[in-house]
Write a protein that binds this ligand. Structure first.
Ligand code: ADP
Length: 259
């Protein structure tokens, strides 16, 4: 530009460089803002169970002369809040590893039908306790090349959510099917459903639908973010079909690799 226009080129270069600088700074600023929000949200979510633990410890301190069996209730509170904290820390760790490209995926051939059946067995009692009928509709002998543990984590997140966000008595179905080119794992619930507005946002970190029923369930809004990043890492996608008050279907579609 300077060669062609001489010193007048400076007048052209200045606005161009301003424009380019503005453009390139935008994503940096956005990612910095996201980071700040992430740290603030994570600190808040960690502080809440910690406060409950500290309060329960204080109560136990005041009852130091009483026998332990009479105070088991406070110990149970401490134990369940510690469990909540450790789940959150595990999720934060997964997300931090993903952000730093340190999340390791060990891909090998495994039986996806058996994996879905395993998740079904794992979640059956939890569903029963909530008076939700867990069903399985699993096409047999589907082999897949991927990270078995991570995919199990992803399917568990969807089934866990389906159970949490379904009012008893309801049904949750795990359906595994395969077509020529892809494999579908659908988790179908008869639950509270999602608005189209919320559908767009639920993969964002810490996003939770702001409604009493959702708050009661005590999640952190990290599960779907993690599920999405695992599925994307396998070249797949998650789609949602949902209607408020009727239920939701979350479908993981994975491309079939040559095994
Ligand atoms: P959480 O730990 O809060 O469940 P997720 O990231 O797994 O976090 O989900 C984000 C939000 O999406 C939930 O808080 C809930 O509001 C909504 N959600 C997820 N799954 C379902 C579902 N099957 N039915 C209705 N709402 C759901």
């Amino acid at each position: 530009i300077l060669l062609f226009f001489g010193s007048a080129g400076i007048l052209i270069l200045i606005p161009i460089s301003y424009f380019l600088a503005g453009k390139s700074l935008q994503p940096v600023k956005e990612s910095y803002e996201n980071q700040k929000k992430f740290i603030a949200d994570a600190s808040h979510e960690l502080r809440t169970p910690l406060t409950v633990i500290q309060t329960n410890v204080e109560v136990l301190r005041m009852k130091e002369d009483e026998i332990l069996s009479e105070n088991i209730h406070w110990l149970n509170n401490i134990s369940s809040e510690s469990e909540t904290m450790s789940k959150l820390i595990a999720n934060l760790l997964t997300i931090a590893q993903a952000d730093n490209n340190r999340l390791v995926f060990n891909k090998k051939v495994f039986d996806l039908s058996a994996l879905c059946a395993e998740v079904y067995d794992l979640m059956f009692d939890f569903a029963n306790q909530q008076e939700i009928t867990l069903r399985s509709d699993i096409q047999q002998d589907i082999e897949y090349k991927g990270d078995e543990d991570k995919l199990k984590q992803a399917i568990r997140i969807l089934v866990d959510n389906a159970i949490k966000y379904t009012i008893a008595p309801g049904t949750v179905t795990i359906r595994l099917t395969a077509s020529m080119r892809s494999i579908q794992i659908a988790v179908i619930d008869t639950g509270i459903g999602l608005s189209s507005e919320d559908k767009k946002k639920i993969f964002e970190r810490f996003y939770r639908v702001d409604d009493a029923r959702h708050r009661e369930q005590g999640g952190f809004g990290l599960g779907l973010n993690i599920c999405n990043l695992i599925v994307k890492q396998h070249g797949g996608k998650i789609t949602i079909d949902s209607e408020l008050g009727k239920g939701s279907t979350f479908t993981i579609t994975l491309p079939k690799y040559s095994l």
